[in-house]
Design a protein around this ligand. Structure first.
Ligand SMILES: [Zn+2]
Ligand SMILES: [Zn+2]
Length: 330
């Protein structure tokens, strides 16, 4: 996949991570695997309403990228394939929970999002992030410094393999979140613009030279980010204008921090192309962890359940196509 990047600018670790997961269908496939333990072609197809050719293509990429592992099983006398999350993919779960939390807080929608239940304390709750090195929580963007190497943002800004946003099942499906997240993560320039903004770059001219992007492309992204309420115009006109992150934009830091952390554990970019996030309080590279806002304990993947509000406000835990459950009884 790295071969698709512009010649001479091998993607940074984050660029490679975005190539692997910065696509709406890809993240939805992974999300359903986490939430509902979907692992079979027909179940993803029915669950997402995605065309078979698109689904087949994304599954192939996920296997090639080391995020899904094909595994044969027998059904009605035939051998079929199911797809299991690899260790690398399983480490994405805090990122997906951070996406859920951000969209819950900041993106208005008709259908409510599923609720997160922390089984350890039994509460319906939300999450915050803390620092793995020193244990301090919560940590926000303002408690960290983001630094970048000498490399250009172009090494983060890899052209994506697929067009960015697709309509999924409509707004009434509580599980199909991500529309705004995809404006930020699923677009070549969207993510670097966000990264640059988190690094404190504010002026149009500085963004343009830093990103090496055409002024018209930058203008259109800035307009879109302003419409989304992620950036706000800070004054000035044209090339002298400046932009800064809103609270909504700053809050996306949690997702960004997990993305950077995951990317740096699983991909290697050319020297000097890494972004470094440092926790000011302890001076260590920031390795985020999720914790429960109700009880303050660290969240484990297995201690989290999502549930949707049903008729009369009853909470229904999401049904899982649970092979593990079947194994436990048999
Ligand atoms: Zn720390
Ligand atoms: Zn809790």
């Amino acid at each position: 996949m790295a071969g698709r990047a512009a010649p001479g600018a091998q993607p940074s670790a984050i660029g490679q991570a975005l190539l692997a997961i910065g696509d709406q269908w890809t993240l939805l496939i992974l999300q359903r695997a986490f939430l509902l333990r979907v692992r079979r072609f027909a179940d993803w197809r029915d669950e997402l309403g995605v065309s078979e050719s698109v689904l087949a293509n994304r599954l192939k990429e996920l296997v090639a990228g080391g995020l899904l592992s094909p595994s044969p099983y027998r059904e009605e006398g035939r051998t079929r394939t199911e797809y299991l999350l690899t260790e690398q993919a399983r480490e994405l779960w805090p990122l997906l929970v951070a996406v859920w939390s951000w969209e819950r807080a900041w993106v208005p929608r008709r259908a409510g999002l599923p609720e997160l239940i922390h089984e350890t304390c039994g509460e319906r709750t939300d999450v915050e992030i803390g620092c793995t090195s020193c244990g301090l929580a919560p940590v926000t963007a303002r408690d960290t410094v983001t630094e970048r190497g000498a490399a250009t943002f172009a090494q983060v800004a890899v052209p994506r393999l697929h067009r960015k946003t697709v309509r999924v099942k409509g707004e009434d499906d509580p599980l199909s979140y991500f529309p705004e997240t995809f404006e930020l993560l699923g677009d070549r320039w969207g993510t670097v613009l966000l990264a640059a903004a988190l690094l404190g770059v504010q002026r149009f001219v500085d963004l343009q030279s830093g990103l090496g992007v055409a002024p018209s492309v930058l203008s259109s992204r800035l307009r879109r980010f302003t419409e989304l309420g992620v950036l706000t115009a800070g004054g000035g006109q044209g090339r002298r204008s400046s932009y800064r992150l809103t609270d909504k934009g700053i809050a996306f830091f949690d997702v960004f921090a997990f993305l950077v952390d995951w990317a740096q554990r699983w991909y290697t970019g050319p020297p000097g192309t890494d972004l470094r996030i440092v926790h000011r309080a302890c001076g260590e590279p920031f390795r985020p962890y999720l914790r429960c806002r109700s009880c303050g304990k660290a969240l484990e993947r297995t201690s989290v359940t999502f549930a949707v509000a049903g008729a009369g406000g009853l909470i229904q835990r999401l049904p899982r196509r649970d092979v593990e459950g079947a194994a436990a009884t048999g």
